[in-house]
Ligand binder design. Structure first.
Ligand code: ADP
Length: 393
């Protein structure tokens, strides 16, 4: 009988899920997928460990929401692996604030603390926590673990976490938290298999997906990151603008008379690759386009990666390795090459063939920094934390 660890990543209209076999040390994947279109046009897709579709469904009931989706997942597991025993659920929780610096077994006290952090991530935290509540309702006995996007960055020095704001504001939690921590933690965990010297030294990781950020790690611990108070900071992303002079927000408010909701929409949903190109938030579409605006959006993306690389290398006192990961980082030789062109001053040179074939090592032997393309696995990182906490409980 398989002991299943279920991993949930619940958003406002979707739940991504993965199930792992917790009985094996390396936690093999059993199935993964997502339910999306909650409350509008719900549909699901589930794939097995080989990526082959095993079930897809649509529901006509627009009342089908998080509760129904989680009940469906439990039934799906039962139908696919009737002999399994669900032993724990690991949740991706966007915000752990200053307090949660590691994955944590959830109880009512932890839930109360996490609910208090909702104002720091109003678009994500309530949905993450809703999934915890629903599982508690269905299976109150089941251990649940909160795995945070912010926790990995709590090792950063105070200066790396601070804004130059009055202490009265900083003390209310207005500081740099950093995100994508589960992805960076996963990369830190596998980096010794690729480059032991870099893993013990200074590595910058570029997590380039729909959401993008970069992190400087020293000896596998976060030293600095491009995302700050929220996940809209740093690099331009699919639809998020990244770094923005706060004076722009004041100008939008005072001169263009935009209200807070309109500005939120602008910086989170209408900017980045989509806003600059006016075409698409999807890097594959932009790379396939002949439109000059697509080319400019790509140039801006690569340029910003180069700028942040310089800043992060300075923050960690130099750089031994540069790692690309996530959808764009893992799959686009073109973006990797363009980003590295901005890093020639660091002595970075790529091996064109290795870059085209996906590496994992993509730098040339003479490069003074080793460069890698390494797939991330945030879900597996959550499953590991969940299993480890279960074993320790
Ligand atoms: P999320 O942040 O939603 O997890 P992903 O990590 O899946 O996103 O990354 C999605 C991005 O990766 C999209 O912009 C997509 O176009 C891009 N991408 C995926 N495959 C490729 C590819 N072969 N070449 C360029 N971009 C790619």
């Amino acid at each position: 009988m398989a002991d299943v660890v279920l991993v949930l990543n619940a958003g406002s209209s979707s739940i991504k899920f993965s199930a792992f076999d917790g009985g094996h040390a390396d936690l093999p994947l059993i199935l993964r997928g997502q339910v999306e279109g909650l409350y509008t046009s719900p549909k699901s897709i589930a794939k097995n460990d080989a990526g082959t579709e095993i079930e897809s469904k649509t529901w006509s009931d627009a009342g089908f929401g998080h509760e129904e989706a989680i009940a469906y997942l439990v039934a799906l597991l039962r139908s696919q692996r009737g002999d399994h025993r669900l032993v724990a659920v690991g949740h991706r929780i966007v915000h752990g604030g200053m307090h949660f610096s590691r994955a944590t077994l959830i109880d009512s006290r932890v839930m109360a603390a996490l609910q208090k952090l909702t104002p720091l991530a109003p678009l994500h935290q309530p949905h993450n926590l809703k999934a915890v509540d629903i599982v508690t309702k269905i299976r109150p006995d089941l251990p649940q673990v909160a795995c945070f996007d912010t926790a990995f960055h709590r090792t950063q020095a105070e200066v790396a976490q601070a804004f130059a704001l009055p202490a009265s504001i900083t003390d209310q939690g207005v500081r740099r938290y950093g995100f994508h921590g589960l992805s960076y933690e996963y990369i830190a965990s596998v980096l010794p298999d690729f480059d032991r010297k870099a893993a013990e030294g200074r590595t910058v990781v570029a997590h380039l997906g729909n959401g993008s950020s970069m992190c400087a790690m020293v000896n596998g611990r976060s030293a600095a990151s491009t995302m700050g108070f929220t996940a809209v900071d740093g690099l331009p992303m699919g639809t998020r603008c990244g770094n923005l002079d706060p004076g722009v927000i004041l100008y939008l408010l005072n001169e263009l008379k935009m209200d807070a909701k309109a500005i939120e929409n602008l910086v989170y949903k209408q900017s980045g690759l989509l806003g600059v190109s006016g075409l698409s938030s999807d890097m594959r579409s932009l790379l396939g386009s002949t439109d000059a605006r697509a080319a400019f959006a790509i140039d801006l993306f690569a340029y910003r990666i180069g700028r942040e690389l310089g800043s992060l290398a300075a923050a960690s006192g130099g750089i031994d390795a540069f790692v690309f990961t996530a959808g764009i980082g893992e799959n686009s030789p073109d973006i990797r090459q363009r980003a590295c062109e901005h890093a020639r001053w660091l002595g970075i040179t790529l091996d064109a063939d290795a870059n085209r074939s996906g590496g994992p090592r993509i730098s040339s032997p003479s490069s003074s920094v080793s460069v890698w393309a390494i797939p991330t696995n945030e879900e597996l990182m959550i499953a590991r934390h969940t299993r480890n906490l279960l074993a320790a409980a």
